[in-house]
Ligand binder design. Structure first.
Ligand code: ADP
Length: 525
């Protein structure tokens, strides 16, 4: 009974298990069905994509056999249907025009797994050739071994044709640019070179590929003017200045040599009118510029020696002849006189005065000639007061002769770096003040130390100088009035040249009490 009961219990539990199993089986059967349905659905979806895709899709075995192709693929290759395509073209390599490409794609997919944008020429059913671009991915089995690949291809013949036409146009334009005898460079808004012609590469001494992409200013403009040229370009690009049309600037070549270029510039704009860069054409004017500079130098030198020749001719024919005439007559008279007499003595004094005048004139003329050709003067530490005192000593006889007094004001030492010719500034200004004042008047001299500069004022109570004559009397041959005054007209020209060579300034002011004030301002170093 117990066994029977056990058997019954067993039976019941087995029955329960069986029921559970049946339920599970029923469940898994419905899941299977659902999975099957989903699979069908997905398959239909993928098939629809495959059938309707615009791109040609190819399923290819590792040995090159075409396993499947969609209608777009067949259409692209000129076949009526995928079936016809697959039947006629058994191996994908058959459609590649270039034999070198035949194994390349398979090799690339095997080694890389994915190939993007593989561009080849392919032959269609009717024999016509098209360019195709394919993106290809390797298909692998569960072990990861490549078993084939799937590719998507598009016809890029039209794009290639446009690219080729553009390339031809560009080559043609580049050829024209290369024929041009001037250098041409295009710089974008970021200061980078985007185009150069042959002449530009030749002058700079680089291959064009070494120039393209470089910052034009950092690479090819000498450092000393770089910031200035850059800022001009930046303003131009920002639209802050209208144009930058013509200028002469050097460029730095590979060898470090500078060539001077005469530039013409034009602004480049996009369709919207925004400035995108500049196009510059430049002519190498280094040689002509150098020749021009040489010529200018020679012209200046020639003018200088011409004016010196005129100066000496003028001095010889006018200034020297007068005193020499006086000397000749006086000598003849002395020769007829009794030696030792008072009249003979006066005559000899007159001869001496005229000889001194001649010596002074010749000294002035040679000093003027020296100063004219000097570009700078050696300078050493000098005290203007000392120089002044030495000059006054030499002028004492003239002061006494005209019964004139000299007042001198100075606040201590006034040292500066100067050339000894500065002495001539004092001697000429003082002797003029004596010459161009009536007897008995006074002269006042001020020497002032003003921080970085020394100032000299020579004030007289003489005949004065008209405003219209003030500037011109510093030029040689500009004598206001020759009558009654004996001079070469060189004195103030010498003063001005010496002051100029010291980096200073000389000018004339009126003395409110009648007469003139000659003012000199010289930097101490
Ligand atoms: P020069 O005295 O030999 O004629 P300068 O060059 O020294 O040559 O002077 C040029 C001219 O300037 C003089 O002829 C004179 O007319 C005028 N001049 C120069 N200094 C004075 C002065 N202190 N007062 C008036 N006229 C002057």
């Amino acid at each position: 009974m117990k066994n029977e009961n056990k058997t019954k219990e067993q039976f019941l539990s087995e029955l329960k298990e069986l029921r559970q199993r049946i339920a599970e089986l029923e469940k898994s059967e419905s899941e299977c069905k659902r999975a099957e349905e989903a699979l069908h659905e997905a398959e239909a979806k993928y098939r629809s994509i495959f059938e309707n895709a615009v791109e040609g899709i190819f399923l290819i075995a590792l040995d090159g056999r075409i396993l499947a192709a969609n209608p777009a693929a067949a259409r692209m290759m000129g076949y009526d249907s995928p079936e016809e395509f697959i039947t006629v073209v058994t191996d994908i390599r058959q459609i590649y025009l270039d034999p070198d490409h035949r194994d390349e794609l398979i090799h690339l997919v095997q080694t890389k797994g994915v190939v993007i944008g593989f561009e080849v020429q392919t032959r269609r059913k009717d024999g016509s050739v098209i360019w195709t671009s394919a993106n290809v991915r390797a298909l692998r089995d569960e072990n990861g071994s490549v078993v084939g690949f799937v590719g998507m291809g598009v016809d890029i013949t039209e794009r290639k044709r446009i690219e080729e036409a553009l390339r031809k146009e560009r080559d043609k334009a580049q050829k024209y640019l290369d024929i041009a005898g001037v250098m041409i460079v295009v710089i974008d808004a970021d200061q980078k070179v985007t185009l150069v012609n042959k002449k530009c590469s030749e002058i700079l001494g680089y291959e064009d590929q070494e120039i393209i992409g470089k910052n034009w200013f950092d690479t090819f403009i000498p450092e000393r003017i770089r910031d200035k040229v850059k800022s001009g370009f930046t303003k131009l690009i920002a639209g802050e200045i209208e144009s930058f049309e013509f200028f002469k600037n050097p460029v730095l070549t590979r060898s470090g040599e500078e060539r001077i270029i005469a530039w013409h510039n034009a602004v480049l704009r996009d369709e919207a009118g925004n400035i995108t860069g500049t196009l510059s054409s430049g002519e190498d004017i280094t040689e002509s510029k150098q020749a021009e500079e040489m010529l200018q130098k020679y012209t200046v030198k020639l003018e200088e020696s011409n004016s010196l020749k005129d100066l000496f001719t003028d001095i010889m024919s006018h200034d020297l002849l007068n005193p020499l005439g006086v000397i000749k007559i006086a000598t003849e008279q002395v020769m007829l006189m009794e030696p030792g007499g008072e009249v003979a003595h006066d005559m000899l004094l007159m001869i001496k005065r005229n000889v001194d005048k001649l010596i002074n004139m010749i000294k002035s003329a040679s000093m003027y000639a020296m100063l004219e050709s000097a570009e700078k003067l050696e300078r050493s530490n000098l005290d203007l007061n000392e120089i002044f005192k030495a000059t006054v000593n030499n002028l004492k006889p003239q002061l006494e002769e005209k019964n004139m007094t000299l007042e001198y004001f100075s606040k201590g030492e006034c040292s500066l770096k100067a050339n000894l010719t500065i002495e001539s500034v004092f001697s000429n200004l003082l002797s003029n003040a004596i010459k161009y004042s009536p007897s008995g008047r006074k002269i006042e001299v001020n020497i002032m130390d003003e921080n970085e500069r020394c100032k000299i004022y020579v004030r007289d109570w003489g005949y004065g100088i008209k405003d219209e004559d003030k500037a011109k009397i510093f030029t040689r041959f500009q004598r206001v009035d020759k009558k009654g005054v004996k001079g070469t007209g060189l004195g103030l020209a010498i003063v001005k040249r010496i002051v100029d060579l010291h980096g200073g300034r000389v000018w004339i002011e009126d003395n409110p009490e009648g007469g003139s004030v000659f003012c000199v301002d010289i930097p101490k170093v």
